[in-house]
Ligand binder design. Structure first.
Ligand SMILES: Cc1ncc(COP(=O)(O)O)c(C=O)c1O
Length: 420
């Protein structure tokens, strides 16, 4: 049969979803760097650099900060399955889809999961969670920081200190917030935290950076098991002294991943070379921009987008007090088919925005302002195109207002900078 597959040629899109988002061309170039072996000193020094840059991005002095190979949920699963033993109590506060994901992962590893839920579109008062921590006395609390399904951000400034007092491990999903909004791992006393690459870091999906402190390391070391084909007599005799069961997963066993990322370089998986190049470049870009400047940039573009959306006459979904700065949720006007608008945006303008999940499916659109996608031209293009598409769907928008208000928002920011 004739060979008919054409050369790969994807359309150029403006990606304004909550991930995956556009990738900085510098990252794409880094991905085409030649492969070196995983124990080549040229590669292990890249591993060390990535660890160092991750510590800075997570704002931590933790020794352990490295990526798990796999999408963001791989890091979440690795961290949770490495500390959960069957029957352990875990508390999961749920305020959207990804709280349910945490629950699901904990249940699959045999945890005794206790949940608390608030309405979607809201978050918890930290005191409420602290009360529940005291009541249930779990070993672990697992919570989402930025809930992309509802566009809300859970405050986490107080929870960590109470968890320390109660001897509870605080594990956080920061997949949607890392490198987009402030997360102070040490200051907020977070024990273990997981980020994603495909959102505010603007690296393709496929790695999950995490960090954890010595409280978590202690739990992990107590269950450490080294694969028989590579273990030493010392490893085996140490294992005999341990009275905690080994981690159920081989791939996600953090004690083995840690050995690979340590100076021992004990082989586990074959590291995803090109993805590590990508992550390194993505982290370098973040540090060049500076964390504060990056968080401010995300807020400024969010502000312009929100100003434009509201000027058009559309309403935002959810409690504004806890809005996630990197995701804006817009209510779909009555009688309008949400997906028809999204399809037209993609077909006519090459712009992708997202729908949502479960009870919010068809009810809201989600527009991301994340990482490399979070740029003035993208925000203005999206507002202009959305207005045009809504007019084609007979929505009575305030014509011409969105772009003018967004431009004003950008210009008043420039004026402020000049007068400062
Ligand atoms: C808050 C949050 N947690 C976890 C995930 C799961 O990430 P992944 O799809 O990369 O496994 C996502 C994905 O969108 C997310 O937004």
């Amino acid at each position: 049969m004739a060979y008919t597959y054409t050369e790969l040629n994807t359309p150029l899109r403006t990606i304004m979803t909550p991930g995956p988002v556009e990738v900085d061309p510098r990252v794409l170039r880094a991905m085409s760097t030649p492969i070196v072996g995983q124990f080549d000193p040229a590669f292990t020094s890249i591993m060390n650099e990535v660890m160092d840059m991750l510590r800075q991005i997570f704002q931590t002095n933790n020794q352990w900060a490295f990526p798990v190979d796999g999408t963001s949920r791989s890091g979440i699963e690795a961290l949770l399955c490495s500390i959960i033993e069957p029957g352990d109590k875990v508390l999961v506060p749920i305020f959207g889809r990804f709280g349910h994901l945490l629950t699901e992962i904990c249940e699959r590893y045999g945890a005794d999961v206790h949940t608390m839920e608030c309405s979607w579109g809201e978050v918890f008062d930290e005191e409420e969670i602290i009360k529940e921590v005291k009541r249930i006395s779990p070993k672990i609390i697992a919570i989402v920081h930025g809930e992309t399904s509802t566009g809300r951000m859970q405050p986490l400034q107080k929870l960590g200190a109470s968890c320390r007092e109660e001897d509870v491990l605080l594990v956080v999903d920061a997949v949607a917030t890392i490198a987009g909004t402030d997360i102070r791992v040490d200051e907020w006393m977070i024990d273990g935290i997981v980020g994603g690459t495909q959102k505010c870091l603007s690296v393709p999906s496929g790695m999950s950076p995490l960090t954890y402190n010595d409280r978590i390391e202690k739990v992990i070391q107590a269950r450490k098991k080294v694969e028989r084909g590579i273990s030493t007599k010392k490893d085996i005799s140490e294992e005999r002294t341990r009275d905690h069961p080994p981690v159920r997963s081989n791939y996600f066993d953090i004690s083995m991943l840690q050995d690979y990322w340590s100076s021992r370089r004990l082989n586990h998986h074959t590291e995803a070379t090109s993805m590590l190049y990508a992550l390194r470049e993505g982290l370098r870009i973040v540090l060049e921009e500076g964390l504060e400047a990056r968080f401010t940039r995300h807020k400024e573009h969010e502000h312009a987008l929100v100003t434009g959306i509201e000027a058009m006459g559309l309403s935002l979904y959810g409690d504004p007090a806890c809005k996630l700065p990197t995701v804006t949720c817009v209510k779909v006007p009555e009688g309008i088919k949400a997906d028809s608008v999204r399809h037209m945006l993609l077909e006519e303008f090459g712009i992708e925005i997202a729908s949502s999940f479960g009870p919010l499916s068809g009810k809201i659109w989600r527009i991301g302002t994340m990482g490399y996608s979070c740029r003035k031209e993208n925000v203005l293009f999206t507002l202009g195109a959305l207005e045009a598409v809504l007019i084609r769907h007979d929505v009575d928008v305030h014509k011409g207002e969105a772009l003018q208000h967004a431009l004003n928002a950008y210009q008043s920011k420039q004026k402020n900078m000049i007068t400062q």
